[in-house]
Design a protein around this ligand. Structure first.
Ligand code: SF4
Ligand code: SF4
Ligand code: SF4
Length: 303
């Protein structure tokens, strides 16, 4: 049986099928660690008898089959490696993110630095329900943000700058949503089809399409699991600072209003999501917001 209930109750320590053993999960925001830290985790694992590691869906690393008697020592060694014991209970758990502007050609935002900033403020905060946060730097949504309690998607709205559109159709070819057509020799955007991926912005050979600036769609109340649900749009903001403010408010709102034992997605109406959305809108200055958000991911303005 597990002896150290203190560490166990903090999360990040998972009792295995054979309850004489436990799995220990590390805290790795955005799943990014240095080569040295990776070696360090492997050394800790070997030191306490593991011969393998497990990469999780939430971008962390688990050390399986540990002896609960070693929990304190393992936790100390992992903390010294700057990859402390993680979280998996009713807490803010490991924040996940795609590579974003660090590496991906489709990225509209720096998802990794945002994940680290959110982690620094909120990781491990005890909650009535589990809070999973996922960031994707474009609407391709590689990290499935809309299936998390809090999802963040980097968007980029095309704006055509003054200049002579040649009607060459390059942007039409690049748009996978068939949101652009050529009418009377110039490009025209169907805002209802545009998902604000920004691909067309990068496609115009004459640089006539420009970004309206990075922005961040924030959704609340999604989930994976046996009954997946898409998160509801909360707000779209223009800066990381505003994202942090909104995410902190969402966490505080859930902390105050939600109750344990039911997924957040099932409680959204009871805990007055619509009223909360109005409160959030009032909190964020108008020049930091993009449009109104309701229903599906909103479309951008015309090209
Ligand atoms: S979500 Fe977009 S930016 Fe992020 S890895 Fe996928 S394609 Fe690249
Ligand atoms: S930003 Fe909109 S119009 Fe441009 S490629 Fe993406 S979906 Fe198409
Ligand atoms: S906006 Fe640029 S890419 Fe699109 S049709 Fe006009 S010139 Fe071509």
């Amino acid at each position: 049986m597990l002896k150290d209930m203190g560490i166990h109750m903090k999360g990040g320590v998972i009792t295995e099928l054979d309850s004489e053993y436990c799995t220990i999960r590390a805290r790795i925001p955005a799943g990014v660690i240095s080569c040295g830290q990776l070696k360090g985790i492997a050394e800790v694992a070997e030191r306490y008898g593991a011969d393998s590691l497990h990469l999780t869906t939430r971008q962390t690393i688990e050390i399986p089959h540990m002896n609960p008697a070693d929990l304190d020592a393992i936790a100390k060694d992992l903390a010294a490696n700057n990859t402390p014991v993680g979280s998996e209970r009713d807490e803010v758990v490991n924040v996940i993110a795609c590579p974003g502007t660090e590496r991906c050609i489709f990225a509209n935002i720096d998802s990794i630095s945002l994940a680290r900033s959110i982690d620094a403020k909120l990781f491990g905060k005890e909650m009535p329900v589990k809070i999973r946060i996922s960031i994707s730097a474009c609407p391709n949504a590689c990290t499935s943000p809309l299936l998390n309690e809090i999802g963040i998607v980097g968007q980029n709205r095309p704006v055509r700058v003054p200049g002579l559109c040649t009607g060459c159709g390059t942007c039409v070819e690049y748009c996978k949503e068939e949101a652009i057509t050529i009418k009377r020799g110039i490009s025209v955007l169907d805002t209802s089809r545009c998902v604000q991926c920004g691909t067309c912005v990068r496609s115009c050979p004459y640089n006539l399409l420009q970004s309206s600036g990075e922005h961040y769609l924030i959704t609340v109340g999604g989930r994976r699991g046996r009954h997946p649900k898409t998160g509801r749009e909360l707000i779209t903001v223009k800066s990381q600072a505003s994202v942090l403010l909104v995410v902190e408010k969402v966490v505080a709102w859930v902390y105050r209003r939600a109750w344990s034992g039911r997924l957040l997605s099932d409680q959204m109406d009871e805990i007055q999501f619509e009223k909360f959305r109005d409160e959030i809108k009032a909190l964020i200055p108008e020049d930091e917001r993009i449009g109104d958000t309701s229903g599906e991911i909103s479309a951008g303005s015309g090209i």
